[in-house]
Every structure is written in structure tokens, then in C-alpha cells.
Ligand binder design. Sequence first.
Ligand SMILES: [Zn+2]
Length: 269
Amino acid sequence: MPIFYDTHAHLDYPEFASDFSELLDRAIVAEITRLISIGTDLESSGRAIDLAERHSPVFAVVGWHPNEALTAPDDLRPVLSELAKHPKVVAIGETGLDYYRLPSKREGGKPEDDEVFKRRQAQIFQQQLEVAAECGMNCVIHQRAALEDTLTMMKPFVGRVRGQFHCFADDASAMERILGMGSVVSFTGILTFNNGQNIRDALSATPLGQFMLETDCPYLAPVPFRGKRCEPAHIREIARVAAQVKGCSLDELSAATCQAAHSFFPKLQ
Ligand SMILES: [Zn+2]
């Protein structure tokens, strides 16, 4: 059975606390041999490192999510640079810009709050790009309804920092612009959804070797688990659909996606 990696999982979330070792067993049985646990703030990043220290298939990404920007410390750089030295920390993130969930769309939120939120997101994104450049690492990018500003902020880092545009959900022309900057994309279980044809079209246009697979668990469980808790073993369902879309064998898909992961995350063993 060809091996696959889950390159974006939130293994530190409370959803997994009660049966983590069984989840890990199911992933290993399914030949999902590397799991990358993504930090969303400093506590979550610390928990990702802790899991990586205790379980050999687990690696960590450390950073601060744009949706949590308002609670970030003024300067993330010193602590992230320190965490990034850990041998199992393979990238910085998840970071980026999210203009989809803005304060004005929530009850009681005011339009002027949006500008404050966006400015804070940009500050912590910039800090994380700087840490990545300084440590010779890449960034896991969360981008929603903010492609232009995300690419503009990454442009000065081209050649030093690449992005994995995780949970890719834009069209083929967005994918081409991302690849044109040396970055890559990754696909979740949305690929398997009935209403996921636009995502399958984007994958169809993405060359083998330029994309990775991820669950983004506990969210986005693929068909036939849709609506349930997602977990790394479900990568197999995503891989099956991805191979169909690409018209390649599972062996070819395994080789291309694992090689893309090693090239993007050089510290991944
Ligand atoms: Zn995520």
C-alpha cells in the first residue's frame, strides 16, 4: 500500500485528547506515515512540539493563526525563533490573512473593527515571514478572501520563503500565481465533496510535485465520513479521489506528494 502524509492536522485539539493513541494506530495501519501538527497560537504550538517529541511520526509547525490575531503578543519573533530551532519543527505557521471572518460580520461588530483586525493580521504575518526567512524555513499559509494582499506581503520574501497554501479552495489561475512565486498548494477532503468540482478542477490543473495532501482535521472529513470528526487516516479517501482527478496511480501520487513535502519541509525526516 503506497504511503501518504497528512501535512496539516490539528492534533493538539481537544477533539483528539481521549483517543490519540488509537488515532495514531489507525493512521499507521492506513500507511499515513508522517503527521504534521499545526500550531494556531503559542500554546497550541507548544502542544504540537510536545506531541512530536512523544510520537515519532508527528512533526510540528509553530505560529499564530490570523483569526486569533487580536490576542497575539506585540512581537512573536523572539519566541517563534526559539521554538523553530527544535529538530521536529518543520515550518512556521499557520499564518496569513483571513478577510472572510471579519468582526463586522459578527453580532455587535463595527466596520472600523475590520481595519484594526486586518492591520493586526498583517503585522503578525509579517513577523512570521521574517522568522521563517531568518531560520531558513517555509510558511504554512492560511488565506481566505485575501489572495491579493497575501501575495503582496509574500513578494519581498520570494526566493527565501515559500508558502504552502493550505486547504486550497481558489481557482486554477490563483494556483498558477502561487506556483509562479515558488509556493505550493495543498488539498483537503473538500476534493471528495459533491459540491467540490471547482476544487477538483484546480487540482486537475496543478502539476504533480507542486501539491500536497492534508486533512485539516478535526475539520473537513472527506466522503464517506463527511460531517464526522476527521482524522489523519482519512487521507486515503482524499488520495483516492486525487489520483482519479490526476489520472495517475496511487503509487505515482504517493511519490509526488511525499517528495513535495520533503522539498517544502526540509527537516521532515
Ligand atoms: Zn489549519
